[in-house]
Design a protein. Sequence first.
Length: 324
Amino acid sequence: MLNFEMVQYVVAQAKKRNELEKRDLQFVIATNLSPLTNEMLAFCKEHDILISTSLDGPADLHNSNRPRPGRDSYERTIAGINKVREALGPDRVGALMTTTKDSLSHVEDIIDEYVRQGFNSIFLRPLSPYGFAIKTKTYDAYETQEWLEFYKKGLAYILQLNKDGFYFVEEYTSLLLQKMLTPFGTSYVDLQSPAGIGISAIIFNYDGDVYASDESRMLAEMGHKNFRLGNLLNDRYEDIMLSDALLDTLEQSIAESVPACNDCGFQPYCGSDPVYHYATQGDIVGNKAYSGFCRKNMSMLRHIISLMEDDPEAKRILMSWVRA
């Protein structure tokens, strides 16, 4: 939103081209909401643009995670969310949280904050090994097992909310359930085989460089351009989409043929994340025995299956989260 003229230009050009293409075209602006103006909201309403922001929990936690002069990140975020809802409608703004070390002991408070702010779902996300998390050395702030305990406690609390009559969804659990219980895949890049990078997502950077995913772009900012596919100013579409950087990665990310994935009982429900494994192990495939991605997904799937086997009411609630 600091360069809103560019947003307006992109929207206008995309809609003009779509008069011929007839695609299902949607726009989402990811923002901390600080630069938001009434003029911006009027444009978003005219062009049916969704707003996405970050909300890490109650005021003290959010302000700690996202410091700014005046320590008013939380107040600005909540004011922005309310302003968007008033101008565009209650369902036109979404929020994402990131789990820092300070978050680990406050999962119930975080969920309560989302409920208090009128959301009916939350995505309990661990830190990712890219970009700012690397620069600030926060990626290694906690072990995968610590996050899994955070997730399990949060899921138990969310299930209790549902048992008490308040419908609320944990989004990643919903994605896993969709893969487990339906014949349909998901558009979530990390749960696809071959990986969804370059297929379900592609990123154009400010300098024209094309990346297989946003995580690939963030990795490039750290000096690793392995997933750079080309440049919009210099390369043809065919050269970008048929580049070795993309095709070799996709070939190596077919979970059915990856060592330790090919004979894993959870393989049909999981996916492949070559960018994560390169960032953490320096290898696209990675050693799955040491993979935080594998450990996280396998533990979550085991936990979900156990809940469905042992608790009929939890099973009913979890199945209601499936979106086919």
